[in-house]
Design a binder for this molecule. Structure first.
Ligand code: KG4
Ligand code: ZN
Length: 356
């Protein structure tokens, strides 16, 4: 569903959607993302500040450093986005921010900034679920998916298959029992001596690797079910490295074998999820959705219409938060006026937008 402007024909049973211009703020992890989405005209502007360099030496996100960097970046980024959109703060109708799941300190920075701006201008402020925003991100593209669809959510913190009947109508089909796919990419990249974030680094290294040098397991594909497990793959990569000369060639081969194993595992489970639900649309969202080999493998699924957000909206961004917030705000949903965060927040706790 794309929230539209006020309709020309009056249909009494349908709630009237008043156009809203929503400022979206994303600070759940290591990117500060800001955007303005207008329900009448679409995405007006968006900008991102990545903290990758702040965390690179640590091989993963350092929560306290993340929070501090969000404090520094949020307001200048908001000013920049408003400037690019040709808007003033007074032109905004509402503010949406990531309320969870994520790093608690990082979330609280976004919540404080959003609620502060909203208080000052007496605007509504809505706390958005980060994974709902990811799965709605393809709605920002020219050919958005209709409902229902299966969503593969693959990020640094999540690997989930979700049956999506509508906004807020989510049924969990499968989840990871240990590491998320992105987390496995990041940890394996670290042990191969590659940079952070690990996904793009492994993908780059893998292009120089041989396809048949290492065949790692496709975890949990030999039994029924839609759950995932990726921690064993990382261990398999560690053993492969330990039993080698550790040179660049071997590292590239391991990267190739690891990426192939993750991609094939995800593709097998997606096919199963589509068969199980009888759905024909597959949405892929979250940072790992930017992986080209994953995109190629899923494109090979027969009878399936595939939807990806553009690359920059696969990874964390403000546009998806502004959009998800706009959908719910346009339906009249309100959030309590308090600064809070939900570091753990199951997607299935969400309900369809609550009207006034
Ligand atoms: O959605 P996201 O930006 O943040 C979270 O909500 O976690 O996802 C970040 C994850 C990281 O683990 C990163 O290594 C992975 O997405 N990633 C990729 C690629 N680009 C980012 N993984 C595989 N291939 C990529 N091209
Ligand atoms: Zn994310």
């Amino acid at each position: 569903m794309r929230p539209g402007p006020r309709g020309g024909t009056a249909v009494p049973a349908t709630p009237v959607l008043t156009p809203v211009r929503v400022l979206g703020i994303e600070t759940s992890c290591d990117e500060t993302g800001v955007a303005v989405y207008d329900t009448a005209t679409g995405l007006r502007a968006h900008a991102l500040h990545s903290q990758a360099r702040v965390h690179a030496d640590y091989g993963g996100v350092v929560p306290e450093l993340a929070s501090r960097d969000h404090v520094r970046r949020a307001i200048p980024l908001i000013e920049r986005v408003l400037d690019e959109a040709g808007l003033a703060r007074t032109d905004l109708d509402a503010v949406a921010y990531t309320a969870g799941p994520g790093l608690v300190g990082a979330l609280l920075v976004g919540a404080a900034v959003a609620q502060g701006l909203a208080w000052a201008r007496r605007l509504p402020a809505l706390g958005v679920h980060h994974m709902e925003a990811h799965l709605l991100a393809p709605m920002l593209e020219p050919e958005p998916p209709g409902f229902p669809f299966v969503a593969l959510l693959v990020s640094g913190g999540h690997t989930q298959l979700v049956a999506v009947e509508g906004i807020g109508r989510y049924r969990m089909l499968g989840d990871t029992v240990d590491d998320a796919a992105g987390e496995a990419f990041d940890k394996t990249a670290q042990l191969l001596g590659l940079g952070y974030p690990g996904g793009p680094e492994i993908a780059r290294a893998a292009t120089a690797g041989r396809a048949d040098a290492y065949r790692f397991p496709r975890p949990m594909t030999d039994r029924p079910g839609l759950d995932f497990s990726f921690s064993g793959l990382k261990t398999a990569a560690r053993h492969a490295l330990a039993g080698s000369d550790g040179g660049d060639r071997v590292r590239a081969d391991i990267a190739r074998g690891f990426e192939a194993a993750v991609v094939e595992t995800l593709a097998i489970k997606c096919r199963r999820a589509l068969e199980q639900t009888g759905m024909a649309r597959l949405v892929v969202a979250g940072g790992v959705g930017a992986n080209e080999r994953l995109r190629a493998a899923l494109s090979g699924l027969e009878g399936v219409r595939l939807y990806f957000p553009r690359h920059e909206f696969c990874t964390d961004n403000g546009a998806m938060i502004a959009y998800a917030g706009a959908c719910r705000l346009a339906a009249g949903e309100k959030s309590p006026r308090r600064i809070g965060a939900r570091p753990r927040w199951p997607l299935t706790e969400l309900a369809p937008p609550a009207g006034p």
